[in-house]
Write a protein that binds this ligand. Structure first.
Ligand code: IMP
Ligand code: MG
Length: 422
């Protein structure tokens, strides 16, 4: 499989969890490199549903090394409960999970500030997951954050935390929010620190040993291209680099050690949270929600939905260097009579064949559509490219061509066996 970076080519929730699980079969090591427990990766194994937030989905397969890299922000309480949850259902988490010493820690004041800032923004809110992700990365960039290595060092942690709680309580008071009890935060975090100590490691040297051995490494992206802090629809983004470059900085594995980039995208478009979504369409949303689809894995929120946007996905190919495409949720379009695909934007008289950077302009853009006849046949039982309806194959070929990357996987349902290698 070689070293593969997997990224979301839209606004997140492209079905990465499932594709990662499928590709993990051939991987030795699976690495998360950015984001935190704002992510929700859903994996179905038989009838069982697993939702992972921080731990790489590779944990569900035997003999895979899972790494939470330095670029991730770790909520230790969340991580402990995720490990406990997996152990309860018989998944081995022992000697197969490593957390970077230099990954930053998410604290309750980050979560509280996340919520308070959203309130302050009012109608301009971002629609965050309220997991404290933005404030935690903010502290990292401001060089005032605490890292896993601090969390597991009792003495140092106490000192640093005391100063942080004191400072953040002043900020919380200014927001009119309740200050935190140092004692309480310290107690719960120290307990989590002790629990997590055996998992904390120098993951950069660990990954380099894997590279030297010739192991196959899968870099598991979270969120999606247009939620990237640099390349997304700023400020309606998350606070990390969700694009392929983030896999290098977030793991310490250099770009010339990477072999391939896989972009995961839905056969249509969804977004959860605020910000522009040019192809948003109420009928598409109603149809998908009525099917019981498109509710967030982390927050349960109904996702916004629309037609496939090839202007966006082509942009994703550009900024990520996508080689291969995994198209998911194809079965979501099984009943549609005429399928639309956005091939350009129009803002008044001005036409765009790329994504304008100004979110106000993007917000005003009207999509220009091409139409495709729907296949109106269930695809969920298809197990090969040939078994897909001809109109479905035409559609998939067209969106891959417009995206300027190679069609690699067609996914017709959440199960492992509903994966067609093209
Ligand atoms: P945050 O990452 O919680 O700060 O949220 C910022 C934006 O990213 C919001 O629009 C969220 O809905 C979105 N977001 C964060 N994580 C995910 C994810 O895993 N899937 C989809 N959207 C996400
Ligand atoms: Mg998700």
């Amino acid at each position: 499989m070689a070293n593969t970076i997997l990224v979301g080519a839209q606004w997140g929730d492209e079905g990465k969890g499932k594709i990662i699980d499928v590709l993990t079969e051939q991987a030795d090591v699976v690495v998360r490199t950015q984001g935190g427990n704002n992510a929700g990766h859903t994996v179905f194994i038989g009838p069982k549903k697993y939702v992972l937030h921080l731990i790489p989905s590779g944990i569900l397969r035997k003999k895979k090394t899972c790494v939470i890299g330095n670029g991730v922000v770790v909520d230790p309480i969340g991580l402990v409960s995720e490990i406990e949850g997996l152990r309860k259902i018989g998944v081995k988490v022992n000697g197969n999970l490593f957390v970077s010493e230099t990954a930053h820690v998410v604290f309750p004041y980050h979560r509280e500030l996340d919520a308070q800032r959203e309130v302050l923004k009012g109608k301009n809110k971002i629609g965050t997951t309220k997991r404290g992700i933005g404030p935690a990365y903010g502290d990292k960039a401001a060089r005032v954050g605490l890292r896993m290595i601090d969390l597991i060092n009792a003495e140092r942690f106490e000192q640093k935390l005391a100063a942080k709680v004191k400072e953040n309580n002043e900020v919380l008071k200014a927001f009119g929010a309740k200050p935190l009890s140092f004692k309480e935060v310290h107690k719960t975090y120290r307990a989590a620190g002790d629990y997590l100590k055996p998992f904390v490691a120098n993951t950069v040297t660990l990954l380099h040993q894997a590279v030297r051995r010739g192991d196959d490494i899968l870099f598991e992206g979270a969120q999606g291209t247009f939620l990237d802090i640099d390349h997304g629809t700023y400020p309606y983004v998350t606070s990390s680099n969700t694009t392929s470059g983030g896999a290098c900085t977030g793991s310490g594995v250099a770009p010339n050690r990477m072999d391939r980039v896989v972009g995961v995208l839905k056969a249509y478009t969804t977004r959860v949270g605020e910000g522009p979504l040019p192809t948003e369409n109420a009928e598409v949303a109603d149809m998908l929600h009525a099917m019981g689809r498109e509710f967030g894995a982390t927050t349960g929120r109904a996702r916004r939905c629309g037609w496939f946007d090839s202007v966006a996905t082509r942009h994703a190919t550009m900024v990520n260097g996508i080689d291969d495409l995994a198209v998911t949720n194809i079965d979501g379009l099984d009943t549609v009579e005429t399928i639309k695909v956005c091939i350009g934007y129009r803002d008044g008289k001005k036409k765009y064949d790329y994504m304008p950077n100004d979110v106000e302009v993007l917000g005003r853009c009207e999509p220009v559509y091409a139409e495709f006849p729907g296949w109106r046949t269930p695809t969920d039982k298809a197990r090969s490219w040939k078994q897909l309806p001809p109109k479905c194959r035409e559609y998939l070929k067209a969106i891959a061509e417009l995206t300027e990357a190679k069609l690699f996987i067609a996914s017709v349902g959440p199960a492992r066996e509903q994966t067609i290698f093209v």
